[in-house]
Ligand binder design. Sequence first.
Ligand SMILES: NC(=O)c1ccc[n+]([C@@H]2O[C@H](COP(=O)([O-])OP(=O)(O)OC[C@H]3O[C@@H](n4cnc5c(N)ncnc54)[C@H](O)[C@@H]3O)[C@@H](O)[C@H]2O)c1
Length: 260
Amino acid sequence: MKLDSGISAVITGGASGLGAATARRLAAEGVKVALFDLNAEKGEALAAELGGVFCEVNVTDEASVDAGFVKSRAAVGQERILINCAGTGNAIKTASRNRDSGEISHFPLDKFDLIIQINLVGTFRCIAKSAAGMMSLDPLPGGERGAIVNTASVAAEDGQIGQAAYSASKGGVVGMTLPIARDLSREGIRVNTILPGIFDTPLLAGAPEPVRQALGAQVPFPPRLGDPAEYAALAHLMVTNGYMNGEDVRLDGSIRMAPR
Ligand SMILES: NC(=O)c1ccc[n+]([C@@H]2O[C@H](COP(=O)([O-])OP(=O)(O)OC[C@H]3O[C@@H](n4cnc5c(N)ncnc54)[C@H](O)[C@@H]3O)[C@@H](O)[C@H]2O)c1
């Protein structure tokens, strides 16, 4: 897909981190951006900077997502691009024993379900609704109607201790990429997924500098945290390379995560 001001994009999680970097990258090429996020303060500020629109959306909430698409399409038009970056994680063992008291507990199922609802069901909800909208568009030369990029994680393949819910949610995103690409192939809508390694985003900002340095040093090459602009560059490639479809790509400096 050739990018210009005739194209618009919805970026979930677009107020921060990987989503914000991708919004900047697309906007720099003229694309009109709509940011879907819970964080209104950061989202409004970035949308204003990029000349786009912010939509306060919770991807776990059907009505909220519907309202987001109504608002974004009224403001910047029917999107041909959807970038799914909204997501979060938790760190809880499946079952564990308290070292001091000996008390045994297990992963609370509501906390497992929440991560699945945000990362997996929320991603699918946005894909399904966006794809249905894209199908109303005339195809571009070559037959393409739209392009979708999802965000999984290397935890889909090498999840660490405590990451059962996160890895299940991201493994689900990886697993559904090919069948969704097949579902949408006749309509000219491509779907690809990025599995980021460890990126320097607000997710990690809370960690002390020595911890961030140590995390970066674990990466074989380059031995540093990923730059969100590097994620945005791959998302951009997945959107603009018309032959790339149904693919899951690790972007991780070749790191393979250890158990902890
Ligand atoms: N940073 C990393 O190292 C890394 C690695 C692997 C995967 N990822 C994935 O990349 C994605 C983006 O992460 P990031 O590092 O940019 O994090 P981030 O916290 O900077 O950005 C995530 C954004 O998603 C939004 N969000 C969270 N829940 C939402 C919901 N229910 N509805 C709408 N918006 C919601 C947050 O408000 C936030 O603005 C996530 O899916 C994350 O799991 C990140």
